[in-house]
Structures are given as C-alpha cells and as structure tokens.
Design a protein around this ligand. Structure first.
Ligand code: SAH
Length: 345
C-alpha cells in the first residue's frame, strides 16, 4: 500500500489539482479545505460530502490531529500553555499570550532542537524531527479552538530552529496566510532564528513581509561561541551581514534578542560592544532576563546589572526594550513544559 498523504499540508490549489486528477470538481476541494481549517479530525465529519467520497478520501489521505496533553493557565496574566501530543507520540509546546495589540501564539517548528544553545531547555535532548507544515498550522488552529481566543499574531519562537526547517515553515506561512484559511497577514508574524546566515539570505530572496528577529545574545565571537555553538559556523559579523542584506532586500528591519545572563554577557564591556555593533543601523534590541532552566548553571542578570547595561545602550542611542515576562508561573518559556513531562514519563 502506498503511504497516505498529509492532506492539511497541501495548499488549496494543490488539493484542487489532486481532486481534478481524480475526476472531482474544484468545489469539493474547497469544501474539504474549509473543513480542515475548522480543525475537523476525520472525513466522516465533513457532512456536506457524499459518504462514498468520505471513504475515498480516507483511503488516500490522513488528517493530523494533535491532542492536548497538558494545558496550564497563568493566574497572573491569563497566558495559556499547551503541550500537544502529535500523531506519532512526540510532543511540542505552544503558548497563547494576551497582549493589548491582540492575542499572540508562540509556536514550535521542530521536536527538540539541534542548535545546542547553553541556556535553552529545548535543545537538551537534541533534535528528534522537524514538524510538518500541517503540524505547525495545527498549533495555531487548535490553540484558537481550545482557548476560544481569536489569534491575531504568530511568533515562531517555540521549540526548534525555524530556519533549519525552512521549507515546511514557508509552506506553513502560505497556508496560514490564505484568505480561505486563517487569513493571518505576514506583518502579524515574527520569526526568530539563532542566526543561520545562509538561510537568512535565502529567506530575504522570498521577500516575505514578516518580522525577523535574530537571537544575538552576545556582541563578540568569543562570548557568543561560549553560549551558542552555531556561532562557530556563522560568526557575529557574518550574521550582521545577513541582517543588513535582509533589510536591503525586504525593507524590513531585523531586530535582536539578547538574553541577559549573569556574568556572561551583561558587563559594561558587553554593552559597549553591543552598542558599537548596532550603531547607526536603526536596530531594535529586546533584552530578556534569562529564564532559569533547571539543567543549566546560568542565571539571570541582577536588576542592577540590567539597569547598568540599559544605561550604556541609552547613552549610545540604541533602541531597546526589556521583555515583559508572561506566564512565569507556568513554565511558559522554551521547552520547559516538554522537558518536565518527558522526565516524568
Ligand atoms: N531557535 C530560534 C527560536 C526559538 S528560541 C532562536 O534561536 O531564535 C526563542 C528565543 O528564546 C531565542 O531568542 C532564544 O535564544 C531564547 N531563549 C532560549 N532559552 C532561553 C532562556 N532560558 N531564557 C531566555 N531566553 C531564552
């Protein structure tokens, strides 16, 4: 038997073409696409299709259906964290955050991660596999369905390195953007990368109007090598070159994330170097007090050191913000829930 096709990863026109090849009219493909976008888990539930067609489709296609393995809601700010069980038993996380500019879902692009950043919980068990386009889309779809909160914004900042799964991520973006689907505009999407420079260059060629943010975390190779192994492949200057190129090609300014780690990257010397690196570029830096990860000895910067760091950036006119912490009472950051559940199981 040939393997069944993951139907939710198909674009509407691909579905129409496949239906046409089987002698089915285009409107049937549109009906099916619309059911899939409602989160229906079986062809039997597509009640406007004839029974015979439901059976025919079930023989050729399968529908991804994640289950809620755990759901935690923050009492402080209403942030909801989901741990999904995928069809093959793997699990990934998504987080729904309520911001004044609309509900935002943070989604995963891979099961685990190969990048090995020293401060990140998602990478501890390595990479298991990349997610399918349908599985990335499902996180948006089912977060919205389960929470009842209409999702306006998407951030690809969950588990995994999105640019290490670029083809599937691009397809997901096409799917989520479709008017007959969730219809989320690219200006409502943020993609975060650890700095795979060649992939950033490739993404620039696609000229998608999303916001790209780069996890910089250090202004010099010596410090960055210590906490981000990817820096040995693409050093700070190479990454910056890709960021400038991205802006030139897309007109969209790249922003940076900088996790403040006590004694590692938060000294005045680092602040000066960061200011020099970013001077004149009109860049924005998001300072994130490090979230403690049980398995790591790294700790967040003290409030004093954070203040000192900010003063230096301000002194050099570097545009920056400190990220508000949402859901800190529910392990709502980076792979922490998946780790906990794995070690329990
Ligand atoms: N792989 C992508 C996206 C996932 S991580 C990337 O590297 O950008 C999303 C962001 O959370 C990244 O900036 C990452 O460096 C940061 N992060 C990971 N662990 C963290 C921790 N313990 N505290 C604060 N930020 C962390």
């Amino acid at each position: 038997m040939t393997e069944k096709i993951d139907i939710k990863s198909l674009l509407p026109e691909e579905l129409e073409a496949a239906f046409r090849d089987s002698g089915l009219p285009a409107f049937r493909a549109r009906q099916v696409f619309s059911w899939l976008q409602k989160g229906v888990g079986s062809f039997g539930e597509m009640t406007n299709l004839p029974r015979s067609l439901q059976a025919e489709l079930a023989a050729r296609y399968w529908i991804t259906t994640p289950k809620v393995l755990r759901r935690q809601e923050s009492r402080r700010d209403g942030t909801i964290k989901y741990l999904w069980e995928l069809d093959d038993g793997n699990s990934v996380e998504s987080v729904v955050m309520r911001y004044h500019y609309g509900n935002t879902v943070c989604i995963s692009s891979q099961v685990g991660c190969a990048m090995g950043c020293a401060f990140c919980a998602s990478t501890i068990g390595g990479l298991v596999r990349s997610l399918r386009p349908s599985e990335i889309l499902d996180q948006v779809l089912f977060s919205q369905l389960d929470s009842g909160l209409p999702i306006r914004n998407i951030v690809l900042m969950g588990i995994g390195e999105p640019l290490a799964n670029m083809e599937n991520v691009l397809r997901f973006l096409e799917l989520v953007n479709r008017p007959e689907g969730l219809n989320i505009g690219m200006r409502h999407v943020t993609l975060s990368t650890c700095g795979l420079a060649e992939k950033v260059d490739k993404l620039a060629e696609h000229n998608i109007q999303l916001t790209l943010t780069v996890s910089l975390h250090a202004p010099d190779d010596e410090t960055r090598n210590r906490i981000m192994p990817v820096n040995r492949a693409y050093g700070v200057e190479r990454v910056m070159q890709s960021c400038r190129n991205y802006f030139e090609k897309t007109g969209r300014r790249v922003s940076f994330e900088y996790a403040m780690i006590d004694g590692v990257n938060d000294t005045p010397r680092h602040a000066e170097a960061l200011a020099a690196l970013l001077s004149g570029g009109g860049f924005h830096v998001n300072l994130i007090p490090l979230n403690n990860v049980a398995e790591s000895p790294l700790r967040p910067s003290t409030p004093d050191h954070l203040k000192r760091f900010r003063e230096i950036l301000t002194g050099h006119g570097i545009n920056h913000t400190v990220r508000r912490r949402l859901g800190s009472d529910i392990d709502a950051s980076c792979g922490q829930l998946r780790r906990k559940t794995l070690s329990l199981g």
